[in-house]
Design a protein around this ligand. Structure first.
Ligand code: ZN
Length: 84
């Protein structure tokens, strides 16, 4: 098992890396690869701006707090009917 990450692995973990969902060790390895590998860095920049655009669209679509409280209300209703 090699310590160095290859391009395939780096791209595979890119989404989780951008969402900060990797362990610190893996995130460090992806970051290291991006610093050494220009094609992957370009790919990461593209994905990052794509994710930022998606987030902006979600925010523009409605107030997140309102949506969340509605979901919580629905969940409360459905869990009340459990059992019996
Ligand atoms: Zn690469």
């Amino acid at each position: 098992m090699s310590r160095e990450m290859d391009c395939g692995q780096a791209v595979e973990m890119l989404h989780d890396f951008l969402r900060r969902e990797l362990t610190p060790e893996l995130a460090q390895q992806v970051k290291q690869h991006l610093e050494d590998c220009r094609p992957c860095l370009g790919h990461a920049r593209f994905e990052e701006s794509y994710l930022a655009m998606l987030e902006a669209k979600v925010k523009a679509a409605g107030c997140p707090d309102e949506v969340r409280s509605r979901i919580l209300a629905v969940l409360r209703e459905t869990t009340q009917d459990e059992g019996g």
